[in-house]
Design a protein around this ligand. Structure first.
Ligand SMILES: *Cc1c(COP(=O)(O)O)cnc(C)c1O
Length: 237
């Protein structure tokens, strides 16, 4: 397997340590334990060698957004990686979410629920993605429609609802998103009462490179950090 240069490895580990320290501090400020927060390294567009460098440093949770890209990487990397599917999923691709997917963060609409419910025959853990700022350009169920989608997943034989995911607007000052994080925290409190197995509800996925500290302050259990770990993404050829 190809590996990164020593220089790149040192840079990646330096970033990982920096993020780790910030998570520790954010947990402390929120009177939470460090082990209440899982760092997901969002590896979309980044190469297998960089993922391996983080893997060797102990990271086991990685996030991918595109089915084919994930499949290619998954085939080349160790089996004990917990793969998080965080991207927009086309219904016709739902059958590709095999047992190797640890958690789907992006169940965002009832048509995708129908497709997953039809094609998935193993137990698949899912989060419902909430369009918390009601942005027309973003995926996610609206806050108003959330309960209806929860009811559906609640009836499913194979999909197991574990919590909620949010992708708030991109803003330069994360403070602007504070009301959205508050809204997610409050929805998360309501959720257990809406399902048959309230004990399954334990995951709140929110917070990215720019705002994970604020997310931790509002109860995030899973933060999804890409750029601050891997560096900028290159979507070019
Ligand atoms: C790409 C992506 C991230 C990571 O974003 P960064 O700003 O690079 O940390 C997190 N969540 C989702 C859903 C993403 O698509």
């Amino acid at each position: 397997m190809s590996s990164v240069s020593e220089q790149r490895r040192a840079r990646l580990l330096e970033r990982l340590n920096g993020i780790e320290q910030r998570i520790v501090q954010a947990c402390k400020n929120a009177s939470r334990q460090r082990d209440e927060v899982t760092l997901i390294a969002v590896s979309k567009t980044h190469d297998v060698a960089s993922i391996s460098a983080f893997y060797e440093a102990g990271v086991r949770d990685f996030g991918e957004s595109y089915v084919q890209e994930w499949q290619e990487k998954c085939a080349q990397l160790p089996d004990d990686i917990r793969w998080h599917f965080i991207g927009h999923l086309q219904s016709r691709k739902s059958k590709y979410l095999t047992e190797q997917i640890h958690l789907v963060h992006s169940l965002d609409r009832s048509s995708l629920f129908k497709a997953l419910n039809k094609h998935i025959t193993h137990q698949l853990d899912v989060l419902i993605q909430v369009n918390v700022a009601d942005e027309s350009t973003k995926s996610g169920t609206s806050v108003d429609e959330l309960k209806a989608l929860v009811d559906k997943v609640n009836q499913s034989e194979h999909l197991r609802l574990r919590g909620l995911m949010a992708l708030p607007p991109f803003v330069s000052d994360p403070e602007v998103n504070r009301p959205h994080f508050e809204m997610m925290a409050s929805l998360m409190q309501s959720l257990p009462a809406w399902v048959n197995r309230p004990e399954d509800i334990s995951i709140l996925s929110m917070g990215m490179s720019a705002d994970f500290e604020l997310a931790i302050a509002h109860g995030a259990t899973h933060i999804r950090v890409g750029t601050a770990l891997f560096g900028a993404r290159d979507y070019g050829a």
